[in-house]
Write a protein that binds this ligand. Structure first.
Ligand code: CS2
Ligand code: MG
Length: 412
């Protein structure tokens, strides 16, 4: 059996997705997610022009060898585009190997280490009333853990608030916060860290008063604070016992987390914009994080993220895989198979996709009683309806960016 063909399929049901479909000479197919939000076409070009020609004729069973070949023969290593392209090939080959074995993928990764995957959903509101409604709505959907994002008085639009812009963009269907907005240019948003730092602790105080001490609560600082501001936020949120505080400060500077650790015991999650184990070496070795946030889609696939998580397990650091809507159902399924098999699973992010996306990606994974499960279908358990996909052509979309009151560009 050899790799006979590889197709790069771009579709935009509720948002843009890039999927690699590998087909073997025996007609077995495998899917891999290569969606890089707001830069989708860069990965399409990398795959189409530079990777697909190298795959034809290869033995699909040699996954590790193919990974090393694509990583080392490129000479130019790492980075979001390269590692999303390699991830798509990797997951598609694991999908094929599991189908050939007639087993759900998690069985090839060591079998199930748990009955299901604790999951968190995104509750948000520009004010407390809207936020409380959103928390209740997610609890009714079955979520046992809730990420809380809130509007900040004085700021027009802010990351993570579903009611901001997404309503109209989806024909009036309320849809979880979809950060990438369709259009020729990125939206500009405003930001002020001091008003945010004053406001967020009051919101968590109110949420705990309303919903009690047990429910696991998470918050995403979304890369916006300086190290000392991040330390202050972590400390001010300690009374509210967060499950984690995510991306408190831009991840490029691992030293920053030492200062944060000095001041707070609030658990820290980092890594959704990381692409390789080398991004994690220092912060894992120095015990500066508690959760690895990488997604399979952005970290070189199952082959590489499994190595990151095995390294993390030596430091009792757990997984907290990235699972927003810009990770396709293929990427989500891959994350679930890995999450079910590894020992150091922590929690899985899960933003539900829209109806059009569910039409394009036929999924066998389940979400019951707040737990995800990849299902028992051979492979990863997701198939692509190419006819439906063709009905939704690519639509340019960008993530927003921030400017401070004085016009300075700031982390979004
Ligand atoms: C976020 C994402 O879910 C999260 O934790 O950080 O929504 C992120 O903004 C998007 O994935 C960017 O594409
Ligand atoms: Mg995040």
């Amino acid at each position: 059996m050899i790799i006979d063909r590889a197709d790069v399929i771009v579709t935009s049901p509720d948002r843009n997705f890039v999927t690699l479909k590998i087909t073997t000479s025996d007609g077995v197919t495998g899917l891999g997610d290569a969606t890089l939000n707001g830069r989708e076409l860069a990965v399409v070009a990398y795959l189409t022009e530079h990777v697909v020609p190298l795959l034809i004729g290869r033995d699909p069973a040699r996954i590790e060898d193919t990974w090393q070949f694509l990583y080392r023969s490129a000479y130019w290593r790492r980075g979001p585009v390269t590692m999303a392209a390699i991830a798509a090939v990797d997951v598609a080959l694991w999908d094929i190997k599991a189908k050939v074995a007639g087993l759900p993928l998690y069985q090839l990764l060591g079998g199930a280490s748990r009955t299901g995957l604790l999951t968190y959903g995104h509750a948000s509101g520009k004010d407390l009333e809207e936020l409380f409604d959103s928390v209740r709505d997610h609890q009714e959907q079955g979520y046992k853990a809730i990420r809380v994002q809130t509007g900040v008085p004085g700021l027009k639009s802010i990351y993570g608030i579903a009611s901001n812009a997404t309503f109209d963009a989806n024909n009036g269907v309320r849809y979880d916060h979809e950060p990438a907005q369709r259009g020729a240019l990125p939206n500009e948003e405003d930001w002020d860290t001091r008003s945010y730092l004053r406001h967020v602790p009051t919101v968590f105080e109110a949420v705990r008063a309303e919903f009690g001490p047990e429910i696991p609560l998470l918050h995403d600082g979304h890369h916006r604070m300086t190290p000392i501001q991040a330390a202050r936020l972590g400390k001010s949120l300690e009374p509210y016992d967060l499950f984690w505080l995510e991306d408190v400060t831009p991840a490029e500077n691992p030293e920053a987390l030492r200062l944060v650790r000095q001041h707070t015991t609030t658990p820290l999650a980092i890594g959704e914009i990381f692409n390789t184990v080398w991004d994690y070496q220092q912060i894992i070795r120095e015990q500066l994080i508690d959760y690895v946030r990488s997604a399979v889609t952005h970290t070189g696939g199952i082959t590489h993220l499994k190595k990151v998580l095995e390294y993390a397990s030596q430091y009792q650091i757990k997984s907290g895989m990235h699972g927003p809507t810009d990770i396709s159902p293929v990427g989500m399924a891959a994350a679930m198979h890995l999450g079910l098999a590894i020992h150091n699973f922590g929690i899985q992010e899960y933003m539900k996709h829209g109806a059009k996306t569910d039409e394009v990606f036929e999924q066998s994974f389940t979400f019951e009683d707040g737990m995800l499960h990849p299902g028992e279908q051979p492979g990863i358990g997701v198939e692509l309806n190419e006819q439906a996909a063709a009905a939704y052509p690519y639509a340019q979309a960008y993530l927003p960016y921030n400017r401070l009151a004085d016009g300075t560009v700031h982390d979004w």
